[in-house]
Design a protein around this ligand. Sequence first.
Ligand code: CA
Length: 228
Amino acid sequence: MKKVLILEDEASIRSFVVINLRRSGYDPIEAATGAEALRMMEQNPDIRVALLDIMLPDIDGFEVCRQIRATNSKIGIIMLTARTQEMDKVTGLMTGADDYVTKPFSPAELTARIDALYRRVGGDEAAPSDEIVQGPFHLNFRNRTLEKNGERVRLTQVEYAIIKLFMDNPGRALSREDILNAVWGRDYFGELKIVDVNIRRLRIKIEDDPTNPTYITTVWGYGYKWGF
Ligand code: CA
C-alpha cells in the first residue's frame, strides 16, 4: 500500500483528506501534532509522501519538514498552506518541501499533486498510480488486467470493475447495492442477483477453493468483502 503521512491538527480537514486518499488507493497515516508526525515517520519508514500542515499546536510544519528532511532525502513533502500566507510557500520550499497546496483545496487537486509526487519519488518503480498490488493479486489499470501470482486471470469488463472496486476498498464490507451502483451505474434497472452471479464467477477464477472463498467473503444479509 502507498503510505502517505497526513499531519493536520484540524480533525475535519484531516478526515476529509483521509477519506479521499483512501478512495484513490493510498494508505493514509494520520497525525494531529508535529511530534506525532515524527513518531509516525519512525514507525512507518515506508511512507513515501508527507502532507504537512503549517499551523500546529506544538512545533510548526516547517520544523517538522526540516526534521524529516534531516534524515530522509527521498520522501516527497507537500505543505498545506493557507491562502493568506503567501510567504509560507517560499519558506516551505526553503525548508525542503517539494510542493505546496493552498487551502481550501479540492480532493481532485490534492490527489493529483500526491500522484505526481509519488511518481517522482517512486523513481525506478513502475508508475504506482497505474496499478494496485494486494496479496497475490496485481491489478493494472492501464491494461485493465489482473494477475494472480504472476499468472494472468481472464476477466470480463464487469468482473474487472468489481475487482477494481474491491481493491480500492480492501477490508470494507460492500453492500450488493454499492457494488451494483458502482459497476453497473445508478440507472441500471436490474436485480441484485446479477451481483451474486458475477461474484460466483469471479470466485471460480480467483479463489484457491471457490467453495471456500477467502479473498471475496460473504457478509451475510449485506454483501461482500475483499481481504486476505
Ligand atoms: Ca492547522
